[in-house]
Design a protein around this ligand. Structure first.
Ligand code: PA5
Length: 447
């Protein structure tokens, strides 16, 4: 039992049920390719068995390291970009107290992020805060050579060494990188940092269930065994059947591809809880980098509702009809808060008095769904019962395997990202990296 429910009935105004279920043969074919490892990018399928095959020794080591960090730091910085931080952030933000940074009685370090952009003032502000905090960091880069995290790490390593001395600073740095290659691995060997490995056969955006995601999640105080157990539930369910009736990820992949083939080229992931904002960011990266290639792919966009109904809502309702919407719902909230009665009732809201805020949110989501469907936006809903580690683990694996199916249905390699190199080459040329002189001259002529 995975308790993840998918409903595609609100797409049937736009596509026939047969157009989805008619994809069963294609889905069976791509499912087989994934299970047997015969499809494109088949050297990057290690993520498929992480839930069932992550060994006890690794889990215990991550938990021990997290405990050690909790003992010496009030703040923990996760340095990484793309798949090297989004999975961890998605899980942590989904589970953390919304005002966690202001809690006085924290029992776990505050998690901050760096290395995911070149914002100078952000880094200045971060260093400013760290002057007066006990902190530690993890630097995560599979290649060990990505510029954004490398620069952030340089700055923070210098800061740590000045603050604690070179010897003690080393105890506050953890590196997660390739098992043998890359600048970060070499530096870690020389400095003696605690290290964890990103498996060779797991790409960045599929790495949340490796130490890349598990270590920060454990430092933040969450149960990584439950996260893996949830993913394992979904691994068992999805790898044991390719039938659209039994495999929710296959159904999701087939439905979104049926819609894409009918001209719905943009998928809007909509959620109604602010704690899911980074699930949306992680999902965007997973699907964008996996599918957008060879001039194909469903464009993954996201909205946080009802907030964005007051900005993007107009476009969703009446703009270009190129969208379909996937609504991510959580059945049960953590707490209970009801709309209070007001004696004067000047705002006219006493008809809501006594209702849970969650009920207002749910009616807003149902009302929006019906309005969007009437406005020409097909709708898929994905619902989980509750926001906890187990359900998040299930959701993560669901989206991962659906993404792999979907990439194969689009006949692209969902596990590479050749297009990401283009900006890097230009950036290095413009910054004067040795070896890029010719490219630099050509680019400058175009500026
Ligand atoms: O999904 C991916 O492969 C990318 O988003 C990478 O995670 C990202 O580019 C960071 O790469 P690295 O971990 O090598 O620094």
């Amino acid at each position: 039992m995975t308790n993840l429910e998918i409903d595609i009935s609100k797409t049937f105004n736009f596509i026939d049920k047969d157009e989805v279920f008619g994809l069963q043969d294609e889905v069976s074919f791509v499912h087989k390719a994934l299970i047997e490892g015969t499809g494109k990018g088949n050297d990057f399928l290690g993520w498929m068995k992480l839930p069932s095959q992550t060994d006890e020794a690794l889990i215990s080591r991550i938990e021990e390291e997290a405990l050690r960090i909790k003992g010496l730091a009030d703040v923990f910085i996760v340095i990484g970009i793309g798949g090297s931080y989004l999975g961890a952030r998605a899980v942590i933000e989904a589970l953390t107290h919304h005002m966690g940074s202001l809690l006085q009685d924290r029992t776990t370090p505050l998690i901050l992020y760096a290395g995911h952009h070149f914002g100078e003032d952000y880094l200045i502000d971060l260093l400013d805060i760290l002057d007066n905090r006990e902190y530690a960091l993890v630097v995560i880069s599979k290649s060990g050579a990505t510029t954004e995290p490398a620069i952030a790490f340089r700055l923070l390593k210098n800061h740590l060494e000045k603050k604690y001395g070179k010897h003690n600073a080393r105890k506050r740095i953890i590196a997660i990188t390739d098992k043998s290659r890359g600048a970060l691995k070499q530096l870690s060997n020389e400095e003696g940092y605690a290290t964890f490995t990103v498996p060779d056969d797991v790409g960045g955006r599929y790495s949340v269930l490796t130490p890349v995601g598990l270590l920060p999640v454990a430092v933040a105080g969450f149960n990584i065994r439950e996260l893996l157990a949830g993913a394992r539930d979904m691994e068992q369910l999805t790898t044991s059947s390719n039938r659209l009736e039994d495999n929710p990820a296959a159904l999701y992949a087939a439905t979104r591809n049926a819609l894409y083939r009918k001209g719905k080229t943009v998928e809007m992931l909509a959620s109604y809880l602010p704690s899911l904002n980074y699930i949306t960011e992680w999902w965007k990266q997973l699907y964008g980098e996996s599918e957008g290639k060879e001039n194909k792919g469903i464009f993954p966009a996201g909205v946080n509702l009802t907030t964005d109904l007051h900005s993007m809502g107009q476009y969703l309702q009446e703009g270009l009809r190129i969208f379909f919407e996937t609504v991510l719902l959580v059945k049960q909230t953590r707490g209970v808060l009801k709309v209070p009665e007001d004696q004067d009732n000047l705002d006219g809201l006493n008809f809501l008095a006594g209702k849970k805020i969650e009920e207002v949110n749910r009616m807003a989501s149902l009302g929006t769904l019906l309005a969007h469907v009437d406005g020409g936006v097909p709708n898929i809903t994905v619902q989980i019962p509750f926001l906890d580690e187990r359900n998040l683990g299930r959701l993560i694996y669901f989206f991962e395997i659906a993404c792999a199916y979907s990439g194969y249905l689009l006949q692209v390699n969902p596990f590479d990202q050749p297009g990401v190199e283009a900006y890097k080459k230009n950036m290095f040329a413009l910054l004067g990296k040795p070896g890029y002189e010719e490219a630099s001259a050509q680019l400058r002529k175009k500026l």
